[in-house]
Design a protein around this ligand. Structure first.
Ligand SMILES: [Zn+2]
Length: 413
């Protein structure tokens, strides 16, 4: 069991409204304010290309054209959907990048490049999830040993606003000893991470891993043993909960992990720290926001498009060939050129699927803004009504919506 200590001296997150465990707030990262709950779309700034192709690479290039409002995509302004984005150090290790290309790429911070018109919050993940399934984060192509020091260097050079330590995610079948060992390895990295980063320049999140109260409490206790009580309580601006991706299709387990994480944080006196959930999005977002998650990141908008799926809501997709684009009034579906692309009249597949990705992202961002509004209404009625009108209408989601309403929002009236 943790202990209560003086409230964390964190001015970067202000909670505005609460409904049960759900809350809305403002996350201040550097000069930028972000409304919460919010979703950071995963953007691959380096997708195996050169600067002349916006470090292009198929669909990733089209997403960057949307970020920039390029003429290629008819010059619309999509910046509101990129108020915060997540990218990962691991995106550099996926492309067989040479040392020269690597050095050229990390030479200039992303937001200072002429290439990108982006001024939202840049969240750069450590890439620790690459250790899942006995894989490693391998920088041998560009002749770099990837450790906590290198990761910080890359995060810093790319101009990250929000950073987290290099972590060792746990897996569902890890035994107790393995989980403890991973917590200790993560703690050593956290110790180094605090030495190497400057909170004045970057917002720092601590990674936690576990699926329930006991696991998360143990993980945090191991971190505290290495870095000390004082630092665990004073040095972080937020917490990122990881290891959930293998559970992504089990909404019941996700709800338990996030609500237990919120409980552990509250018991340790971290009530006012924002909680980020790594790698989870789509239909789980409203459920997890209701039990206390503040931000999310995901590339599901992109993967849905790559699989030929067009979001008709946060909870439903339709095969691309069946879509009537006139049913959506988003900026993509309101643009004749982009609709033609989505209908297949595009020179490149990346344009067709890139436009679908952008539409999918807009659907996700708009839904999360509805969740924000529902939480903002006084009491829990707004959020309960939201669940009644959204998830409760889907058979597979009903039981989870009811659980969240009963456990966290005081039940039905
Ligand atoms: Zn649309």
């Amino acid at each position: 069991m943790g202990f209560k200590q003086k409230q964390h001296d964190n001015n970067g997150f202000e909670i505005a409204n609460q409904a049960g465990a759900a809350r809305t707030g403002t996350l201040q990262v550097g000069d930028t304010e972000l409304k919460t709950p919010n979703l950071f779309p995963v953007v691959n700034f380096y997708a195996g290309g050169t600067s002349s192709s916006l470090y292009g690479g198929g669909i990733h290039r089209t997403m960057k054209e949307f970020m920039n409002g390029d003429e290629v995509i008819n010059g619309g302004d999509y910046s509101e959907y990129f108020d915060g984005v997540m990218t990962s150090v691991a995106s550099l290790t996926d492309y067989g990048i040479t040392k020269e290309r690597y050095e050229e790429y990390i030479d200039t911070p992303i937001k200072e490049r002429d290439l990108f018109d982006f001024d939202g919050v840049l969240f750069i993940d450590s890439g620790g999830f690459k250790f899942l399934g006995d894989k490693t984060l391998d920088g041998s192509d560009f002749e770099v040993d990837v450790d906590q020091r290198t990761i910080i260097e890359i995060q810093r050079k790319l101009g990250a606003d929000l950073v987290l330590n290099l972590d060792r995610p746990i897996e569902p079948d890890d035994d107790y000893e393995t989980r403890i060992q991973k917590a200790r390895m993560t703690a050593q990295n956290v110790d180094q991470f605090l030495e190497l980063t400057d909170r004045q320049k970057q917002t720092r999140y601590l990674t936690l891993h576990g699926y329930n109260y006991s696991m998360l409490n143990t993980f945090l206790t191991e971190i505290e043993k290495v870095i000390g009580k004082n630092r665990v309580h004073r040095e972080f601006d937020g917490v990122a909960l990881g290891s959930l991706v293998p559970l992504k299709d089990n909404k019941g387990k996700l709800i338990t992990a996030v609500s237990d994480c919120r409980e552990v944080l509250d018991d340790w006196g971290f009530d006012d720290l924002p909680l980020h959930v790594l790698g989870i999005s789509s239909s789980a977002i409203p459920l997890l926001a209701a039990v206390g998650a503040d931000t999310f990141d995901s590339s599901s908008y992109l993967h849905a498009a790559i699989n030929g799926k067009y979001h008709t809501s946060l909870y439903n997709t339709e095969p691309l060939d069946d879509v009537d684009f006139s049913n959506c009034d988003c900026p993509v579906c309101s643009d004749d050129k982009l609709v033609n692309w989505m209908e297949g009249d595009a020179e490149y597949q990346k344009d067709k699927l890139g436009a679908v990705s952008m539409h999918n992202l807009i659907i996700q961002k708009e839904e999360i803004s509805r969740v924000r509004e529902a939480i903002s209404k006084s009491g829990t009625d707004g959020l309960i009504e939201y669940f009644e009108q959204s998830l409760s209408r889907h058979k597979s989601m009903q039981q989870h919506a009811h659980r969240v309403v009963n456990d966290s929002l005081g039940g039905y009236f």
